[in-house]
Ligand binder design. Sequence first.
Ligand code: BGC
Length: 640
Amino acid sequence: GGFLTIPRNSDAPKAFNWIQKIAVTESKNGIPLIFGHDVIHGYKTIFPIPLGQAASWNPATVEQGARIAAQEATSAGIRWTFAPMVDIGRDPRWGRVAETLGEDVFLASTLGASMVKGFRGDDLSSPDSLAACAKHFAGYGAAEGGRDYNVANIPMGQLYDHHLPPFKAAIDAGAVSVMTSYSELNGVPGTADYHLMTDVLREQWEFTGFVVSDWNSVMEMVMHGFVEGDKDAAELSTNAGLDFEMHSTALGDNLQQLIAEGKVSQERIDSAVRRLLRVKFAMGLFETPYSSEKEEFLKDEYLQVAKQAALESFVLLKNENSVLPLNKKQKVAIIGPLAEVPYQQLGTWIYEGEAKDSRTLLPALESYLGSQRSNIRYAEGLPYSRSKDRAGFKKAIRAAKKSDVIVFFGGEEAVLTGEGHSRGDISLPGAQQELIDELAKLNKPIVLVLLSGRPNTLEGVVDKVDGLIMAWHPGTMAGPALVDIIYGEESPSGKLPITWPKSSGQLPIYYNHKATGRPPTDDNYTRIQAIDPATTWQHAPGNSSNLLDYGHRPEFPFGFGLTYSSFEYSDLELEQQKLAVGDTLGVSIQIKNSGNRQATEIVQLYVRDLIGNVTRPVKELKAFQRLSLSPGETRTVEFK
Ligand code: BGC
């Protein structure tokens, strides 16, 4: 089998080679091991969290980032990564939403495939190729209430429409393994789901790679109430199509006996072994079992790509009175618990990423501003995102008073998202809102820069700030990238890969929902405050699928993002008006940069099938293109 994850800061390549030598020279058949590890958004050079990368809508940058992650990880002796995570992330309460590529099947499929290609490179047998593992099969992102590991109940149609295609795309792009989900899908734990592992993967998709369990997920089927103990866990998971067990030892401990009893067939075992061997041969492990032990990390070129990835991940959500970009002459108060945060800026699921390698905000600001650095005043106000300690407020307010503009770095520490770290209330934690309230009293423009693994609800905050940038957790190069965006050296280009709710109470909320028989509009419901207790009767006005308190609109929709320029769309043309089954429709549109700065627009094509004997969503993303235009430039964008 394989060997998974060695402790941080151990001498990985030497350790791996030492273990490999035992496998190759002392084991019965001399079969090399496969070394696996969670290389999720970088190894040493950390890229934005996957949800942030998804906000770039840029397959090329995502692929480049994965390639660099592969170069670093393979230099440390790792040849297999437990990535990409292609679960659909529709619920920002779920901590692992940070690891997803967002809520949309097309975007997640496209970018998941780019990650696989990047990890893999041109040739899987090359020593710098990282074999990919699409996870978690399937429906893990649909955990009830955003509680990690919770049950997923997904009707078959939705499973095929939304949750399975990103796995197919990852496999088509070259993923050689698939990891099962901890969760149960419609009553059956992913690790023993015959339909998923055998019908879908093997039969329908003709997948030739192997399926690995999640960490201890074979044994967790006991807790699920699906099996009695390790023996039937081994039997059911193996017969359902599991090839490789992670962490627990139910298969190794029981398969011989199960074969002897005729409960698991020799053919099934042969097939599992063949799948794993096929991958090991393709990876060139039999020719080159050992790594060169020449670790190469954090090269300048890697850092440049990481900076570009961070820049492209930023989403400008609000920019009243063009408060952004700032200019060097302005006096700026830098406030907030997430301004100077070498560790937090790296985000969740980093093993080898280290705070000491992070390029943070303040040094980047100083070097950018040079002689004008004295225009900056810094006071964190709160020591960390969850803190309720108001002791630092005074200093922060003093700094703000002496400045022309306040830039507040808020959001969430890295550990508030990620595995097992879901929240019910996803507003800004700690006393951040109180501090913003205090600053707002000064009547100075406020820019809020959010570093967070999820969209945070901003009730009572969003109206108090003039500018708002979602920066996610941007990774190693956060500081220089943020400076470039804030001072307009670069224009923001990211778009939301996930719907941003006003309140957790709106969840689930996603753009590709169904119309319903009573579609909500802005007019067909009563605001809760407007209900007159004396005269309003039950049905006035409305009767639509709206909420009295939040209406039907999110805070910011999927696909939304501003920039420092503006774009005009015109002349939408369809090549033909009628389509037969199998025909292709050409669509073109003119996009003009109508502002006065170079900027990038992400043009998005959505379709709606108006009538179906199974209803279709009100909008479905089917294509997108990034294009960078100079001021006044017009270009025609074509889609098929
Ligand atoms: C996670 C997987 C991860 C594995 C190995 C599990 O807890 O769910 O995503 O790859 O651990 O670290």
